[in-house]
Design a protein around this ligand. Structure first.
Ligand code: GDP
Length: 421
């Protein structure tokens, strides 16, 4: 197929997850190389460097060298790797093997539309594989392709592949996730990434590149209702300027807006992009993704943490939330534990009032427990010390995710299931 021009290419944000060492960095290095994102010269340099040091070349060196360039400020985009498939622009969110990966996923820094779940053919499905699969499901990532890597380690044996395929598809099916494909590859040797693997003649499904090309982009955040979490309120002279990023929807001059949880209303008088870059940047309309600084037609006291919406579709003002969460800390989360809950730009002290439905994602068994241990999932009822604005599950991904902090660190997080009052 002819390449689609850049302007019309749908953008898909993906994550690559899986047990450490199963080959995420290698696959990414390969993908960057085979989609033309890395000059051949660069690879020659890295190969020569490895040879000088007497070690084998690793595709993951590509990522390390990109990371080094970023650290020196050479590459502009600091957190995201991009490449192109025939009809999609792919943004790879977050570096693999990143120690903070789970925390980033949970806090919503990683807003993935789709995922590749990687499994080492010789190691098979591990607990960490299941946890990552579970987390994708918990965070609502519905497009998942499974990649069985290192097929060279099992002699490209079909039976070995089929065993892993049935185990992981059964696990995902129990979660309600259908894998769009299960692909046998060798990331290191190149089979099945962008070139059909000659050593897997028994396989007739897509390559990794074809699977990526079939992922659908997320619904444009513009199409959802307006959500602008207030980051800061500035006072200049007698004017009050409300600043924040438009997460979803759009904002228009002359439109009535509501701040939640306070419920205060006003009409938008002016909108500027923020930080104000130059004169003449005033606009009548800003869309999702833009940073906005707005003035209002009346003096009202509003605060950081409130969410700007329209009267027709506002988030709930909540003092009690039911949250389905993944817990990462060593100390268990139990009735009476006090944490800091963060949702968009708001924060509140939160006390666990009840714990329900604890699940161990490694085995998918639900059990009665009053506490959620490390790497477990459960539902909790949180009582907040001050109300925050929230959208229950499914209504708006940007304002329905909560992160919980314990001792100054993100210790868990997940989705608002319901707003209790
Ligand atoms: P990550 O921790 O998931 O990012 O894994 P890496 O990409 O760093 O790979 C871990 C190790 O597995 C490295 O030594 C790779 O060279 C090796 N590896 C990756 N892909 C393959 C493969 O297809 N076949 C074999 N035999 N080894 C591989």
């Amino acid at each position: 197929p002819l390449p689609v021009p850049a302007a019309d290419r749908p953008l898909v944000r993906i994550v690559i997850v899986g047990h450490v060492d199963h080959g995420k960095s290698t696959l990414i290095g390969r993908l960057l190389h085979e989609t033309g994102g890395i000059p051949a010269q660069k690879i020659e340099q890295l190969k020569a460097m490895s040879a000088r040091r007497g070690m084998p070349f690793e595709w993951s060196f590509l990522l390390d060298s990109l990371q080094a360039e970023r650290d020196q400020g050479i590459t502009i985009d600091t957190s995201q790797i991009r490449f192109q498939t025939p009809s999609r622009d792919i943004i790879l969110i977050d570096a693999p093997g990143h120690a903070e990966f789970l925390r980033n996923m949970i806090t919503g820094a990683a807003q993935a539309d789709a995922a590749l779940l990687l499994i080492d053919a010789a190691e098979g499905v591990r607990d960490q594989t299941r946890r990552h699969g579970y987390l994708l499901h918990l965070l609502g990532v519905k497009q998942v392709t499974v990649v069985v890597n290192k097929m060279d380690r099992v002699g490209f044996d079909e039976a070995a592949f089929r065993a892993i395929e049935s185990e992981i598809t059964a696990y995902l099916a129990d979660l309600g996730v259908r894998a769009s494909a299960v692909i046998p590859i060798s990331a290191r040797e190149g089979d099945g990434v962008s070139v059909r693997g000659e050593r897997t003649p028994w396989y007739d499904g897509p390559t990794v590149l074809e699977a990526l090309d079939g992922f659908e982009p997320a619904r444009a955040p513009q199409d959802l209702a307006l959500r602008l979490p207030v980051q800061a309120v500035y006072k200049f002279d007698d004017r009050r300027i409300v600043a924040g990023r438009i997460e979803t929807g759009s904002l228009k001059v002359g439109e009535e807006i509501v701040f939640q949880p306070s419920g205060k209303t006003a009409v938008v008088k002016t909108i500027e992009s923020w930080p104000v870059p130059a004169a003449g940047k005033e606009k009548a309309l800003l869309n999702a993704g833009a940073a906005a600084a707005i003035t209002l037609d009346r003096e009202i006291f509003v605060e950081r943490g409130e969410i700007v919406s329209t009267p027709a579709s506002r988030p709930h003002a909540a003092r009690r939330l039911r949250v389905r969460l993944f817990w990462l800390a060593d100390e268990p989360l139990e009735t009476g534990t006090v944490v800091i809950a963060r949702l968009a730009t708001s924060e509140s002290r939160a006390t666990v009032a009840a714990v329900h439905e604890v699940v161990d994602p490694g085995h998918l068994s639900t059990f009665e427990s009053k506490s959620i241990g490390r790497n477990q999932v459960g539902e909790v009822e949180l009582v907040l010390s001050r109300p925050i604005a929230a959208d229950p599950h499914g209504l708006n991904p940007r304002t329905g995710r909560v992160a919980l902090e314990l001792g100054g660190r993100i210790a868990g997080g997940g989705l608002v299931i319901s707003v209790l009052d």
